[in-house]
Design a protein around this ligand. Structure first.
Ligand code: GDP
Length: 425
């Protein structure tokens, strides 16, 4: 009764969508466990480029049940639009179910996030402005509305009116905006409810039963370990927990079910927005990585910061998540550099750290200690086994696995399914 977890080991955008899509072949259930419509998985399969923000990547396989579990915050309008988008390109979304316990993103979350980000000016977090942070905030404050609330109109209206009273005070008195009207929200959300009703389930029971029947379950995280609300570079983080531990809480299963924890790791590092990033390259190498790797956000279009591979971050992610294997992506992007660098430790305040420094100020000040390896040339995207890779590229991979003490399961050399090379040990 095995469950596997797919988790990002860096600052997100590691290629989890592609990895999940590759792994999904052998899965029966794919479960998205946190985040909202800010994740932006890109999948290339059967001639389609699909940008999914909420729906798990497994949706492309007809045999898979795709589950949106409790820990995800759902904007019902976006969910329905994504389902329509899939239908429009001939993908049947009927394998999708969503937990009634998911908190919903409401119109005031979007509105409040927009105005607070504007209010913060240059100190703004640079969020995706999808209302995700405010929705998680209300969940913790116990004033959130859940999908299941939609199916009792009286309760839904009652809860909404209570929350809206306070939200409207903030919107009008603090930010000088117009108040939102409860009736309009109720009308819209009850319409969504009608369409959502057939796919709403008790997801932990569904997942548990699948595991008991010996089915394969893949738990898919969004963002990455260094963006985790607790374990990342707070406050430059996301408003949920991408780490493995939360996958279990959200799915509602115990750790005994987890057999594999697959760390999705880009062969270099990128990060969107502000916050510490010790191996960031401000010069030509960073530009080159960004251009070759098309490092622009799927959802926001924002240019990502780029830099060399950071083994300190990966070692940390391996520890926090209990990684059993690595799925290395975008190795092809590293072709053509004379030498390639790997950060093995940091120097900060006269000390050397081979783990993430214990204080945020030290992390901000951390200077990378690099090991330089021979680069390689040539186009790797046509490689179909690791034997096809240049010797220097293989040496690079071996060094990465050695530095973090986690074996590499798969190396990816392009966005397509067939560009995933299982590593022969
Ligand atoms: P995610 O949110 O972790 O799924 O990552 P993104 O979707 O933001 O970024 C991954 C991007 O890289 C997508 O456009 C993928 O199609 C692409 N990609 C994934 N793996 C590879 C790879 O091995 N090589 C190249 N060149 N592109 C890849």
């Amino acid at each position: 009764m095995p469950a596997s977890v797919v988790v990002g080991t860096q600052w997100g955008d590691e290629g989890k969508g592609k990895a999940t899509d590759y792994l999904a072949d052998r899965m029966d259930l794919v479960v998205r466990y946190q985040g909202g419509n800010n994740a932006g998985h890109t999948i290339l399969a059967e001639g389609h480029t699909l940008k999914l923000q909420l729906i798990p990547s497994g949706i492309l396989y007809p045999h898979i049940t795709s589950v949106i579990a409790d820990g995800v915050v759902v904007d019902p309008r976006v969910l329905l639009e994504e389902m329509d988008g899939l239908r429009a390109i001939g993908v049947d979304p009927s394998g999708l179910v969503v937990s009634g316990n998911c908190h919903m993103i409401m119109p005031y979350h979007l509105e409040l996030e927009r105005v607070t980000e504007r209010f913060l000016g240059k100190n703004a977090l640079g969020t995706t402005k999808r209302g995700i942070g405010p929705a998680y905030g209300d969940k913790a404050a116990r004033i959130g509305l859940r999908i299941q609330d939609l199916f009792d109109e009286k309760i839904f209206r009652e809860k909404l009116e209570i929350v809206l009273k306070e939200k409207n005070q903030v919107l009008t008195r603090v930010y000088g905006r117009l108040p939102l009207v409860a009736d309009a929200i109720v009308d819209d959300y009850l319409r969504y409810a009608e369409r959502l009703r057939p796919i709403v389930v008790e997801s932990s029971k569904l997942i548990h039963d699948a595991l008991r029947e010996g089915k394969n379950v893949l738990l898919e995280g969004a963002q990455g370990t260094m963006l985790d609300l607790d374990k990342g570079t707070y406050p430059f983080v996301t408003s949920s927990n991408p780490v493995t531990g939360y996958a279990l809480a959200s799915a509602g299963i115990g750790p005994k079910h987890v057999e594999r924890v697959i760390g999705i790791t880009k062969a270099y590092v990128t990060r969107v927005g502000a916050g510490p990033f010790p191996t960031e390259e401000h010069g030509a190498d960073g530009e080159r990585l960004g251009e070759r790797g098309h490092e622009f956000g799927t959802v926001t279009g924002r240019k990502r910061r780029c830099g060399w591979f950071d083994a300190v971050v990966l070692r940390y992610a391996a520890r926090i998540n209990g990684l059993t294997e690595l799925f290395i992506t975008k190795l092809d992007v590293l072709s053509g550099f004379e030498t390639v660098k790997i950060c093995t430790a940091y120097r900060a305040d006269g000390e050397t750290y081979d783990d993430v420094p214990p204080h945020q100020s030290l992390f901000h000040a951390a200077e990378p200690v690099y090991e330089e390896l021979d680069g390689w040339t040539g186009d790797l995207t046509g490689a179909r086994t690791t034997e096809d890779l240049p010797k220097a590229a293989r040496a690079y991979l071996e060094r990465v696995a050695e530095l973090v003490d986690v074996p590499i399961g798969v190396v990816s050399v392009g966005p397509g399914r067939e560009q995933s090379l299982p590593l022969s040990a």
